[in-house]
Design a protein around this ligand. Sequence first.
Ligand code: 1GP
Length: 228
Amino acid sequence: MLNIREWEHVFKLDPDKEIDDHAIEQICESGTDAIMIGGTDNVTLEKVLNLMARVRRYTVPCVLEVSQVDAISPGFDMYFIPTVLNSPKRDWILGKHHLAIKEFGYMIDWKEMIVEGYCILNENSKVAQLTEANCDLSEEDIEAYALMVEKMFHLPVFYIEYSGKYGDPKIVKQVKDVLENTRLFYGGGIETVEQAKEMKQYADCIIVGNVIYENLEEALRTVKAVKE
Ligand code: 1GP
């Protein structure tokens, strides 16, 4: 059983983006704690399976962040299920989840499931647009979501999602200060070693995505930057 409480660095691979085998090898052998497969656009079962099979050649844990019920497949080490706290749409908070559990609940190994309380803060990101997330939040709003995740819903992960944009470290620090047990994940716009280090001062785990496709060498350096 994986212990996500020990995770400090995760690479997120997008099934809808091209990546060659050599890059996959470098990402998987980088020393990162896990490879998370997930994206917003055009996530199909075929693309998910293809990427999983290529990552599975290596020993690094491979997890699926579920965005499409019909792109879920057995074979991952764990399944991360976002619930978007600042979406006004019931579907993204618990609606799709309810339908999925109704249909597949009988075959789910609950120990493999991690529910992530998501707070999306980049209004221009695809995920914000899809979920219609209200990103116009004060620090107090965000802290309150973090407290709800930990104290009301007892979720294992609070995920500050700035996807595509480097966020405000002050907010990440403030959230960290209110969390006692729930792990704080930060993802969004990490493109340099310095940014990785800065966010990792506060977040328990940083998620590095897009830079893999834009500057692989720097992406690889973010692992050592936070795990030394
Ligand atoms: C996206 O939080 C992740 O879901 C990572 O963001 O792609 O901007 O690194 P980036």
